[in-house]
Design a protein around this ligand. Structure first.
Ligand code: ZN
Length: 373
């Protein structure tokens, strides 16, 4: 009998394939965005279900980019102390539906995913949520994981001084890798206080990933110790109302240009030379390199803006992580943000008083450490 083929080598480190990467976080409603994402994207977080054709072709051997499975139960279920994880119905291997057994199955079952998130329900920031988190911690304790990551989808109210202390205390004994899910609907990082709280969690719980955030929050997390991050491809709600335009991320201003005041400046910002924008220019062969920011910001260009935004975030992440160890990364990110504040000042002077003033946001000033201007 011929020997059975050797199993594919898998690193003993569950996060080895995703380390330092900015992944594209897709929902069922945004899977089509994969077509617009450049081939050099760092990898993807996919919802449960069919793997999109583009990825199916490369699954098996030599796939270029890592895949993470997110069952995303937090979009439909709230975690309770009795049921912190929502597994699929009991199966033949686990007829009783034992949660510890179901976790082991998730970790071991053959699948194309390098990393698998636990199917955690949304964690409310109240007694029920805390008790649900305690039960989740109890179930993963002692688990020897090959690729399972404890997903922590935070509801509103966790990113406060008190919330971060509670998280740090409850999660300190957890040895499996952890990932905060900062879903735009439930826990957007949209203020200096929340940004400060997030940095505090990353300091207290080293090795915690940050998933589903905006690109700038993801970069901030990467600069403050997150082993990997994911960016919500297009933070659309699942309901059918028309999505808000995403805004166009400018790589030197480190700002999403959205809303009438910011978009008035797109014309004066010239052209972008990120990969998809270079390709746009080549296809049109007008003799000019790249794509005007004004074109990116036009109505109906939302998918192009998302692909541009993700590429810019990925480029910035490469700059941030290339050769820089953790402490240096924090300093480098602060310097990049300080430069972005100066870029705002320079651009405002160049644009003149006819345009509405383009001021750096409070969050950018915080990231830059409030530089003298
Ligand atoms: Zn671009």
């Amino acid at each position: 009998m011929p020997p059975s083929p050797a199993p594919q080598p898998r690193s003993s480190e569950p996060l080895a394939r995703v380390q330092d990467r900015v992944l594209l976080h897709l929902r069922r409603s945004t899977v089509s965005l994969l077509e617009h994402v450049p081939a050099n994207a760092a990898g993807a977080v996919l919802p449960a279900g069919e793997i999109p054709l583009q990825y199916r072709r490369t699954v098996g051997s030599g796939r270029p980019a890592p895949l993470v499975l997110d069952p995303a139960r937090y979009r439909t279920d709230t975690a309770t102390p009795q049921v912190p994880f929502r597994f699929p119905p009991a199966n033949l291997c686990n007829p009783e539906g034992d949660p510890a057994q179901a976790l082991r199955q998730l970790d071991r079952c053959p699948s194309p995913f390098d990393t698998v998130l636990t199917p955690t329900g949304l964690l409310a920031s109240d007694r029920t949520g805390i008790r649900a988190l305690l039960e989740a911690v109890r179930l993963v304790q002692g688990l020897r994981t090959h690729r399972l990551v404890l997903a922590l989808p935070l509801g509103p109210g966790w990113l406060t001084r008190m919330g971060t202390h509670v998280l740090a205390a409850l999660l300190a004994p957890v040895s499996v890798p952890k990932a905060l899910v900062l879903d735009g609907e439930h826990s957007p990082v949209d203020s200096v206080e929340k940004l400060r709280a997030l940095r505090c969690v990353l300091t207290e719980l080293p090795g915690t990933a940050v998933l589903g955030a905006t690109g700038l929050t993801a970069l901030d997390a990467l600069a403050h110790g997150a082993p990997f991050v994911s960016v919500d491809a297009a933070p659309r709600s699942e309901d059918p109302s028309p999505p808000a335009p995403p805004g166009v991320l400018h790589h030197r201003l480190l700002t999403y240009l959205a809303g009438p005041a910011a978009t008035a400046h797109l014309q004066g910002l010239g052209r972008c030379c990120c990969e998809p924008c270079l390709q746009w220019g080549e296809e049109r062969a007008h003799g000019r390199v790249g794509r005007p920011y004004a074109v990116l910001g036009q109505d109906g260009n939302a998918e192009a803006a998302h692909a541009h935004n993700l590429t810019v975030v990925s480029d910035l992440a490469r700059k941030l992580t290339r050769g820089a160890v953790r402490g240096d990364r924090t300093k480098l990110w602060r310097r990049m943000c300080t430069d972005a504040v100066r870029e705002h000042d320079w651009h405002r002077d160049a644009a003149g008083p006819a345009l509405p003033s383009l001021d750096p946001s409070e969050e950018l000033l915080f990231r830059a450490g409030h530089p003298a201007r």
